[in-house]
Design a protein around this ligand. Sequence first.
Ligand code: XIL
Length: 314
Amino acid sequence: TVGLAVAAKAAGKKYFGSATDNPELTDSSYTALLSNTKEFNQLTPGNSMKWDATEGTRGTFTFTKADEIVSLAQTNGQLIRGHTCVWHSQLPGWVTAGNFDASTLTSIIQTHTTNVVGHFKGKIWDVVNEPFNEDGTWRTSVFYNTLGSSFVSIALQAARAADPAAKLYVNDYNIDGTGAKSTAMVNLVKSLKASGAPIDGVGIQAHLIVGQVPSTIQANIAQFTALGVEVAITELDIRMTLPVTTALLEQQKKDYQTVIAACKAVSGCIGVTIWDYTDKYSWVPSVFQGQGAALPWDDRLVKKPAYDGIVAGF
Ligand code: XIL
């Protein structure tokens, strides 16, 4: 086989990548495959760039863990997606419970984003993560509650100023197919563009379920790129209810192929990242009870049918 990154590039995409996390890097067979640029020419730190990891105490920035992943990517010659500056989750208590007024919270967002984006130049960034509810309304968070939707442009502007070369994205889940939540993202991009806020792309997380991949994925990607932004699939995994069966693995293969083919078909879809590559380190079993086996390599680092589905999709 040619490798997933090789296949992605042959299809005109910039990258095929994987999320990873610091504790896994001590697993040498895992890290060897992660570093194989025929499979992955892009990495996303799964946790170590988040607010709780980078500014757990106000004004004190810690980049040790993020730097470890960035320098691994650099050594390997892999791109990095930075993940993420402003998100309601994995947010330290000093932000959530700080009771800051609008101007103070604005400067807290600016300081955080400036320091984080400024520390890692030339990256692609999920600047804002998960701003919407399922029905397309704005998610309640300390950011939205204090600043309304302006927190998005505040963060984007700070990111642009910190690194004019960075690519700036808003990222969310359940915006894989068309629907209320995707429409909310369309409207956000339109309004950011109308107001001159810097927005380069929409990140589609794509935490999907075997047998339930939306049929509108390609049309949905195209409705974003029609607005003049890039699209990336940022956190792809396709989980199943355990136990694993041959039938489920075959359906999963088809589902991966469907997602990849949708990205391939739209030229503005620039790349795909899976949310880690092996079931050994997937976040799924810890969050979705009774579900798992969501990734193209199993927990012994053996390729599953899903791997061939990805290759076929490209
Ligand atoms: C997950 C990580 O993979 C876990 O290790 C952590 O415990 C929780 O967060 N959407 C996102 C990611 O944008 O940041 C989340 O990552 C998965 C869902």
